[in-house]
Design a protein. Structure first.
Ligand code: AMP
Ligand code: ZN
Length: 473
């Protein structure tokens, strides 16, 4: 088996990765805060994690992925208060939308989606343990805080300069900057709005609710054990969220919390981070209405390495839509009975084998999506040329089919067949425009390829007097 390597945020290095027990990868992925439908930025991270789990499985390991749903937090309570609802009335419909969007994007189901509100006893127990160990204390505001000065490893993940730590200073909000590396809240004393919205529970320290960081530590350790193999999330979670998860978990167990940490870079819109608070959000529903297929969106996301920033633009999405059409056409061509009857060449087999080897090598080397895609498109180019030769060998076609299935089993970018509606006309027009451009550029091979593609879809084209007309058979 080839080496499998990942960039570990803890060491800031690409290093070999394997699960501790040699068979099962215990993977925790921080999930959505369910007060608003997740935007494509959130889904960029979830798609990176989908790629991760598929590649881990391809490598031969069993994957046990847990993705939490944060269904109690400051923003959810504010929303509930504004709308005169309980927190679960706010979160239930959003969780439904999340799964609908996830399925639309072909993101495989994780093994578990624990909700924070279902793990309150485990969270209380964890706080109790931290108090017993002398690293947590109840302050005069009634809330319980983690004393970062009592945990010398604090700041290791985010490379926080320990001199920035201000002993005794406290921060109650869940989101804060490195400049505010202070004692953070584990358990927040209940306020009136918490009681009204159903966001308050009994505890040894009075009524209250868990802090966000505590939620993840408690659920991760309850469902996956004290030491995880892999913990993932977006890059913004490194500080304070993951730093605080490490502090709480390791101070309680004395064991490393996660062996490896992986973080995905941001999706930007016009250079700014996409965020629910900002208006620059693209929801999956919106993209779906704009007729961007799951295949196109996956291509768009995987065509940039997960550790590089990615800019959302109409042009990039349109290019991905075009690219996956090529994949779809090739898949259809390979699957057709005619292709099987005409058979393939030895060079088709070679192209197929090389594509699989290259795509897998790329994916096993820190999930290199763009290189895996490049290998696939090279296979499509060579594959189409070889099929044109009608080599007569049926097993060659079978090998090519198997190669495409293997690569697409990871990327999952073959679009669903388009219904024969006005979408088809639009597609034909796009093809004709591309063919015109190819001819102007004197790229006749490409122009012929497009004509061939159109013919194989039952579209006949006629050039006359400088104009092109088309009709459907
Ligand atoms: P949240 O719902 O805000 O808790 O975020 C859920 C996940 O989405 C986390 O892993 C975040 O790091 C990630 N995330 C949030 N905004 C973006 C973005 N613009 N690009 C990529 N990932 C993001
Ligand atoms: Zn988390």
């Amino acid at each position: 088996m080839p080496d499998f390597r990942l960039y570990n945020t803890l060491t800031r290095q690409v290093e070999p990765f394997a699960p501790a027990d040699g068979t099962t990868v215990r993977m925790y992925t921080c999930g959505p805060t369910v007060y608003n439908p997740a935007h494509l930025g959130n889904f960029r991270t979830f798609l990176f994690e989908d790629l991760m789990r598929r590649v881990l499985a391809l490598r031969g390991w069993t994957v046990h992925q847990v993705m939490n749903l944060t269904d109690v937090d400051d923003k959810i309570i504010t929303r509930a208060r504004e709308q005169g609802k309980t927190i679960s009335e706010v979160t239930e419909p959003v969780i439904e939308v999340f799964h609908r969007d996830r399925e639309y994007l072909r993101i495989q189901r994780a093994e578990a989606y624990p909700r924070a509100t279902a793990f309150i006893p485990q969270m209380v127990a964890l706080v109790q343990r931290l108090i017993e160990r002398g690293v947590a204390y109840q302050a005069d505001d009634g809330s319980v805080y983690f004393a970062i000065a009592k945990f010398p490893a604090y700041g290791r993940l985010s490379r926080l300069d320990t001199r920035e730590i201000k002993p005794g200073a406290r921060v109650i909000q869940d989101d804060y900057s490195k400049e505010n590396a202070q004692d953070f809240a584990l358990w927040k004393a209940a306020k009136e709005e918490d009681e009204i919205t159903g966001a308050s529970w009994d505890s040894p320290w009075g009524r209250g609710r868990p802090g966000w960081h505590l939620e993840c530590s408690a659920m991760a350790m309850d469902l996956l054990g004290d030491t995880l193999d892999l913990h993932c999330g977006g890059i913004d979670l490194i500080f304070p969220h993951h730093e605080d998860e490490i502090a709480q978990s390791e101070a309680a167990t004395g064991q490393p919390f996660s062996r490896v940490w992986c973080h995905g870079a941001f999706l930007l819109t016009e250079g700014a981070k996409m965020a629910k608070r900002v208006g620059n959000v693209s929801t999956v529903q919106g993209l779906r209405e704009a007729r961007f297929s799951a295949a196109a969106l996956r291509h768009f996301v995987f065509n940039t390495h997960y550790r590089k920033e990615l800019n959302l633009s109409e042009e990039a999405l349109a290019a991905s839509r075009q690219a996956v059409r090529r994949v779809g056409d090739f898949a259809e061509r390979l699957r057709s009975d005619t292709t099987m009857a005409l058979g393939g060449t030895p060079a088709l087999v070679q192209a197929a084998d090389e594509a699989v080897a290259q795509a897998e090598a790329a994916l096993f080397d820190d999930l290199n999506g763009p290189e895996a895609l490049a290998a696939l498109f090279e296979f499509i180019r060579r594959g189409n040329a070889e099929l044109d030769r009608k080599g007569g060998d049926r097993t060659a076609v079978e090998r090519a089919r198997a190669a495409l299935d293997r690569i697409d089993g990871i990327l999952d970018i073959v679009p669903d067949r388009e219904p024969a509606d006005e979408g088809l006309a639009e597609w034909i027009e796009e093809q004709l425009a591309a063919r015109r451009a190819a001819r102007i550029a004197r790229d006749f091979a490409e122009a012929d390829r497009i004509r061939h593609e159109l013919t194989s879809r039952g579209v006949t084209i006629e050039d006359s007097a400088g104009e092109t007309h088309w009709k459907l058979d």
